[in-house]
Write a protein that binds this ligand. Structure first.
Ligand code: GLA
Length: 384
């Protein structure tokens, strides 16, 4: 697991490039509930976590823009005539669009695992956009930066929703954010101090996620079209259809459309219940809703995998948790587990040993805390 903290990234940057002038931290995100709901225009309840990517930067003494991924130990030298791929592409797009008047040197890294469903790509893109904004002294609004980051990420990768980037920019420490993805409204709900969230990283990289994700999005559009036709309605999103309307349409729509729509409508109902339960501090109810969410993600939306199912079932049966489910795009990545007391060393050992015996994978466990979104500053204003 990558364990690099801010000081370690800073020391590497200082050793290679000298003293930094700009700093920014982009967190990863967890999602309590509302999975695969953002691109259906529904409400989701994510929070930024205390794991993420630190960026340090300064103007260059020569004309070369150099970017160093400290975790991957890879360097990228910007060349306007050669669009690269992978992480370098996000820098290429940003530098090409913004055309900084002087070359820059950047070093970045941290403790956010790649491909674990914690939004490492969105954290990277949001961080780059924020970093260049402060380097260039634009002082853009968070909304403008959010839109730019979404536009750059969508140009390159997954055709996702906007939950991840919004959580990365707008989260508030010790709060969950009920985010309405159709009108952009954000409501902050305090997370009780004695609640704990654990993420279990299955170690399975979600290589299926891009293709299957886009397939789910397409299937859902087909389901919506069929339902609108059958009901004689003109709903914009599946979350607007009621369960009663879906049930009465069952014979007129295909089986896949029925399953996908049933998941989306049920999950959106669970989000509403979770929002209320969070305000009332009802951890048992949220636990039950998380368990139900996993059941439906597995059976109706079909985005889970055997490792995630095993982790959820093991936690539900053997650990002192209120509930658990897979989190993020699926097909690998992490599960999220909610409890009102810290898990013991013995519990976690038993989990890791059992997981290894079956899957031959070393399980990583992250005890995460709801944190503030993006942090950035010019060195002269360094608060530390
Ligand atoms: C990925 C996408 C998000 C969201 C989740 C599933 O993380 O980037 O927009 O759709 O999957 O909830």
């Amino acid at each position: 697991m990558l364990q690099r903290n801010k000081d370690s990234i800073k020391n590497t940057f200082n050793r290679i490039f000298g003293s930094e002038e700009f700093y920014c931290f982009a967190p990863g995100r967890a999602n309590i509930i509302g999975e695969h709901i953002d691109y259906h225009g529904g409400t989701v309840i994510p929070f930024a976590i205390d794991m993420g990517i630190h960026f340090f930067a300064k103007y260059s003494e020569d004309n070369t823009t150099r970017i160093l991924s400290i975790d991957l130990d890879e360097e990228y030298i910007y060349d306007p005539n050669q669009p690269p791929s992978g992480w370098k592409r996000f820098f290429y797009d940003t530098v090409s669009q913004l055309q900084p008047p002087k070359a820059v040197q950047i070093g970045f890294g941290g403790n956010l695992p790649i491909g674990a469903g914690l939004s490492s790509s969105s954290a990277l893109v949001c961080g780059i956009v924020q970093l260049f904004d402060i380097i260039l002294g634009f002082s853009s609004t968070k909304e403008a930066l959010l839109n730019k980051a979404i536009q750059i990420e969508k140009g390159n990768g997954l055709q996702g929703g906007t939950m991840d980037q919004t959580a990365i920019f707008f989260s508030k420490a010790q709060h969950a954010m009920a985010f309405n993805c159709s009108n952009g409204a954000r409501k902050y709900i305090p997370i009780p101090k004695h609640w704990h969230f654990y993420l279990f990283n299955s170690g399975v990289k979600h290589h299926l996620v891009d293709s299957e994700y886009n397939t789910r999005s397409l299937e859902s559009r087909i389901a919506l079209r069929q339902l609108n036709h059958t009901l004689g309605m003109n709903y914009s999103f599946l979350v607007d259809v009621t369960m009663a309307e879906l049930e009465k349409s069952q014979d007129n729509i295909d089986a896949i459309s029925f399953k996908r729509a049933k998941y989306v409508i049920a999950e959106q109902n669970r989000v509403k219940q979770t929002e209320r339960a969070l305000q009332e501090g009802n951890i048992q109810l949220i636990g039950t809703l998380l368990n139900e969410s996993h059941h439906d993600l597995r059976n109706l939306y079909e985005v889970s995998c055997s490792e995630l199912d095993w982790l959820v079932e093991f936690a539900q049966n053997n650990l002192s948790i209120a509930g658990a489910r897979m989190m993020g795009g699926g097909f690998g990545g992490c599960t999220i587990n909610l409890t009102n007391s810290e898990l013991t060393h013995d519990e976690l050992q038993m989990l890791k040993i059992s997981y290894f015996k079956i899957f031959h994978i070393h399980l990583e466990v992250y005890h995460v805390f709801a944190s503030d979104g993006m942090v950035c500053y010019h060195k002269i204003n360094d608060p530390s």
